[in-house]
Design a protein around this ligand. Structure first.
Ligand code: ATP
Length: 379
């Protein structure tokens, strides 16, 4: 009795390759079926090289054909493994590009209170001092502190008409354009957001605002690595992320999670580097003395361990806290240790951004015209 190819395919439609949702005929795994008298040859294509999946598929095919088609058939299964093609450039910017905004840098921390907003504000003013056009978007829905740090907490963004459309005008101080989720929530209001809600609000703050031309937009993310981060990352065209940590073990463990989050396949935002905040305490009257209150060089070692750039360290200095509280970021003061620390960090952020953009089409590449002396900057 000759065996019908149709019967074999029908039998194979009842089984799946392990880990795949559709049956092996519908999924395209069964590439070909050939019959010669009582011999059946099945060509199978798998996307996984795992031995147990191969063995399982082969055993299932033989068993199913024996049960449903012919108990005495000699079944041979030829397996070819073909992994699905990886995307060409996994770090390509996601989301629609924002006209006028060259680079969006997310500033994150695993743990709360490590100084993420302080670092964001100071990098922003340092970028501005270097001649870049800068915007800060405060996405920290749990504790939006950027308005205080820029002394604009009492302000509300005005509405302007741009090309017939009404848009929010970011408030401005020290040459930095600022929008914060805090402008739209009451200070004592417990804000309970879900990821998609936060992402929607932030999308409005970006796309429905008149940011004008910006070289850099810094996004101060909420602390942690929750679904809010996933939503934000997936909906905005983030150029790269910077992770802030103190040298303390509990903060480092969370920073490690932060880097892992950006590296996750469904997020895949390049990590530009790690910044160590509160690296050591220095009293103003004894600037040579360094006290490693939270441990020494923990974030630096983490960066080495994770193979991401170490962007620099910020000491724990009373004036950094005080300037934050009065709304005038410390890096605005000149000829100080703090200014110097933020200059080093900011230069490294720019260099890493340039390096990262070298993998992208020219339209997306950052146009650096103002920062001579950066080794990564092409003249
Ligand atoms: N290098 C520093 N020296 C002194 N004080 C600092 C330093 N960095 C941050 N601070 C202070 O530590 C406190 C927490 O900082 P900040 O609000 O920037 O942290 P955060 O990580 O953004 O917090 P959150 O988890 O609320 O987002 C603030 O009072 C800030 O002024």
């Amino acid at each position: 009795m000759s065996i019908s190819k149709q019967d074999i395919l029908q039998a194979l439609e009842t089984i799946t390759v392990s880990g795949e949702g559709r049956n092996m005929v519908a999924s395209g795994a069964v590439q070909n079926v050939v019959t010669f008298a009582d011999e059946i040859i099945v060509d199978l294509k798998l996307s996984s090289p795992a031995l147990h999946i191969k063995k399982r598929a082969e055993a299932d095919i033989v068993k199913t054909i024996h049960e449903k088609v012919d108990a005495n058939a000699k079944v041979q299964v030829n397996i070819k493994v073909e992994a699905p093609a990886k995307p060409q450039n996994p770090n390509l910017i996601k989301g629609k590009p924002i006209p006028g905004i060259q680079n969006i840098i997310a500033v994150a921390s695993g743990k709360g209170g490590v100084g993420k907003s302080t670092v964001t504000a100071n990098i922003a003013v340092t970028l501005s001092k270097m001649g870049f056009k800068v915007g800060v978007l405060d996405a920290d829905i749990y504790g939006p502190s950027i308005p205080i740090m820029f002394d604009v907490a009492m302000e509300k963004p005005l509405s302007v008409n741009v090309g017939g459309k009404s848009k929010m005008k970011p408030v401005e101080n020290y040459g930095i354009k600022v929008l914060s989720i805090g402008f739209f929530t009451q200070p004592d209001q417990a804000v309970i957001w879900r990821g998609p809600m936060a992402a929607k609000a932030l999308n409005q703050l970006i796309f429905d605002a008149d940011w004008g031309q910006l070289d850099f937009m810094l996004i101060d993310l909420p602390p942690g690595t929750g679904d809010i981060h996933l939503s934000i990352m997936q909906s905005l065209p983030i150029t790269g992320a910077v992770v802030v940590s103190t040298p303390q073990n509990v903060a480092l463990a969370d920073a490690r999670k932060g880097v892992a989050m950006f590296r996750q396949e469904n997020i895949d935002v390049p990590v530009l580097g790690i910044i160590e905040n509160m690296a050591y305490f220095t009293p103003a009257e004894l600037p040579e003395n360094k006290y490693y209150i939270f441990g020494k060089e923990g974030a630096k070692h983490l960066a080495e361990d994770l193979d991401v750039p170490f962007l620099g360290e910020v000491p724990l200095v009373q004036s950094i806290r005080e300037s934050g509280d009065v709304g005038r970021p410390a890096a605005l003061q000149t000829a100080t240790q703090t200014e110097e620390a933020f200059e080093t960090i900011t230069r490294n952020v720019v260099e890493e951004t340039v390096r990262r953009n070298e993998n992208l089409p020219p339209t997306e590449a950052i146009k650096i015209t103002t920062m001579a002396g950066c080794s990564a900057v092409k003249k």
